[in-house]
Design a protein around this ligand. Structure first.
Ligand SMILES: [Zn+2]
Length: 325
């Protein structure tokens, strides 16, 4: 999809938006395998498995799995030495860099990732980032940011003009290049009636022309939760259903669901039905018909008309047109 430039128009400038988020897959009252994570709830240990996912997200609702990292203990660990989302991120970023070394990426991350290590990794990988910024994260950066707007008077009483936009009760403030741990960080904050609504830190330079873009794209992070995990859990994929207790089988099922979800999104969001119908020179095909043919194809070893479709698709180098809503 990247090579065919199908997703090009959904980039932020030249950057593909990659949202990273974790979710829980299974929970057990007894130890399920040696890699289980655990926590104590009401004196009872509960065992669970989590996964960290990197997905390309787009404004029209696509959430395409780019790389996966399972969050699991390598052996029975002390409670506070367990694997966690941040540790998994440091493995996942290496995986993404290895799989897509030259891909222009802008990471969309939640407040958990607002730290110097993540900022360093983005710099080393030549990635952009937009990280949700909450009060309490990077304390000195907040102090510097708020301090600038509070103390706007110079020694002789003149007012310093700072980047600020007001629309009725809504206000945006931003500052580029605040120092933190040897890095320069840009901050964008949105207020309503003087109350902070949301804020982001980013290494994209903020100005009054792109701040809405940075805000709306920063918000795309929730797509991985809604179009990604929620869809896979509650709308037909049964992501949390325990198809197998086999620890490796669990991972295989997870990855197969990611592939199935990608294929389904292509059918739902693109005009692939028309492309298939045209390739077969038949009347309009239904999704159900195509999926039944795909299943036949898999079971029969691709010896059917679907093989023809894929051959034709392959030759055509066709451009997919995605629906915009
Ligand atoms: Zn387990």
């Amino acid at each position: 999809m990247i090579n065919q430039n199908w997703l090009e128009r959904y980039r932020l400038g030249i950057y593909y938006l990659v949202a990273i988020d974790g979710t829980e897959l299974y929970r057990f009252s007894e130890r399920h395998c040696q890699n289980c994570l655990y926590q104590k709830i009401n004196d009872q240990r509960q065992y669970f498995h989590r996964v960290l996912e990197a997905k390309i997200v787009t404004s029209n609702g696509l959430a395409i799995s780019l790389a996966t990292e399972f969050i699991e203990n390598k052996e029975d660990k002390e409670f506070d030495k367990q694997d966690c989302e941040l540790k998994a991120f440091y493995r996942l970023e290496k995986k993404i860099k290895k799989l897509f070394p030259r891909l222009k990426i802008c990471l969309l991350l939640d407040a958990l990732y607002a730290n110097a290590n993540v900022i360093r990794i983005c710099k080393e990988n030549d990635w952009k980032y937009i990280i949700t910024f909450k009060e309490g994260n990077l304390k000195t950066v907040w102090e510097d940011f708020n301090g600038l707007f509070v103390n706007r008077e110079t020694a002789i009483g003149a007012k310093i003009t700072l980047p600020e936009i007001n629309y009725k009760e809504t206000m945006y403030r931003w500052i580029n290049e605040i120092e933190y741990s040897g890095y320069k960080i840009n901050i964008l904050a949105k207020y309503f009636n003087q109350e902070l609504v949301r804020a982001f830190i980013t290494n994209l330079k903020i100005d009054e022309n792109n701040l809405f873009k940075i805000e709306t794209h920063g918000q795309l992070r929730w797509k991985i939760e809604n179009q990604g995990f929620d869809c896979q859990k509650n709308h037909g994929y049964n992501l949390e259903h325990l198809y197998t207790k086999n620890p490796n089988g669990i991972k295989v099922v997870y990855l197969l669901i990611q592939i199935a979800h990608i294929i389904n999104q292509l059918f739902l969001k693109a005009d692939i039905l028309k492309v298939c119908s045209n390739a077969l020179s038949t009347k309009a095909l239904s999704i159900k018909y195509i999926f039944s043919k795909i299943l036949d194809g898999i079971l029969l070893g691709w010896i059917n008309e679907f093989e023809l479709i894929f051959k034709k698709l392959d030759n055509r180098k066709f451009q997919l047109r995605f629906n915009t809503s």
